[in-house]
Ligand binder design. Structure first.
Ligand code: SF4
Ligand code: SF4
Length: 226
């Protein structure tokens, strides 16, 4: 499918959109029934866009390429095609246009219809296959294992605290060893969140000091539990 010509045709003739764009809508049978996308968002959210185009001028990728398929409206349209099964998750054009989205959600704040663009994008991206073998392994390790097992998360947290609080991190950064290893490890390491608490006992501080000083004090969830 040529997205650019297809999406342009649809938007130049909006009345053809629902009848011609989405198989089944004219029969009263939802074309999205059974789509895994509906495990994350509702069908109503999927159909909120009224194709007005008011978001277009806020989208940096549309401004850069001038392609309807790289606009919020065009992406919402592609997400609906994905949900209806008219596009397959491994479609190269679909992957290109959805992956080019910055996820900045400038379109969401500009949209008068309240299209939950961020939620739509996340739901759609969850269906796309990994870009490469490295991402495939990473997805399995994190989404498929780490986040599913609390003990594994605790072990990972302990590893993070040992790494950051024992001085090992400073040593690694000083040696620049990550720069010579493959996979952009230095950049990834720099994105690690700061571990809270001590090495053995993690946790939030009991009291988070107010800012400014005369503001009401906020108490962490940890201290409330005690
Ligand atoms: S996403 Fe919102 S602003 Fe953009 S075309 Fe759809 S309804 Fe209009
Ligand atoms: S999230 Fe940003 S880049 Fe993506 S469609 Fe919306 S405005 Fe464009």
């Amino acid at each position: 499918m040529n997205f650019e010509s297809h999406t342009r045709t649809i938007y130049e003739n909006p009345t053809a959109h629902d009848a011609g764009g989405f198989t089944g809508e004219e029969t009263g049978v939802s074309p999205y029934a059974g789509s895994p996308i509906l495990n994350i968002i509702t069908e109503k959210q999927l159909k909120t866009c009224v194709h007005c185009g008011l978001c277009l001028s806020y989208c940096p990728t549309y401004k850069a390429t001038g392609l309807e398929a790289d606009s919020p409206r065009g992406r919402v349209f592609q997400i609906r095609l994905l949900a209806s099964g008219e596009l397959q998750p491994d479609d190269p054009d679909l992957n290109k246009h959805l992956n080019l989205c910055l996820g900045c959600r400038a379109c969401e704040t500009a949209c008068p219809s309240g299209v939950p663009y961020g939620a739509l994008l996340e739901a759609a991206r969850a269906q796309l296959p990994p870009h490469n073998e490295q991402e495939k392994i990473l997805r399995k390790a994190t989404l498929g294992f780490l986040f599913m097992h609390p003990n594994a998360m605790r072990a990972a947290g302990l590893g993070l605290r040992v790494y950051q609080k024992s001085g090992l991190r400073k040593l690694v950064q000083f040696s620049h060893i990550l720069n010579i290893l493959p996979g952009g490890l230095a950049a990834k390491e720099a994105m690690l969140p700061d571990a809270q608490g001590g090495i053995v006992k993690p946790g939030l501080p009991k009291v988070t000091p107010p800012k400014p000083a005369n503001a009401r004090r906020s108490v962490s969830a940890n201290s409330q539990e005690k």
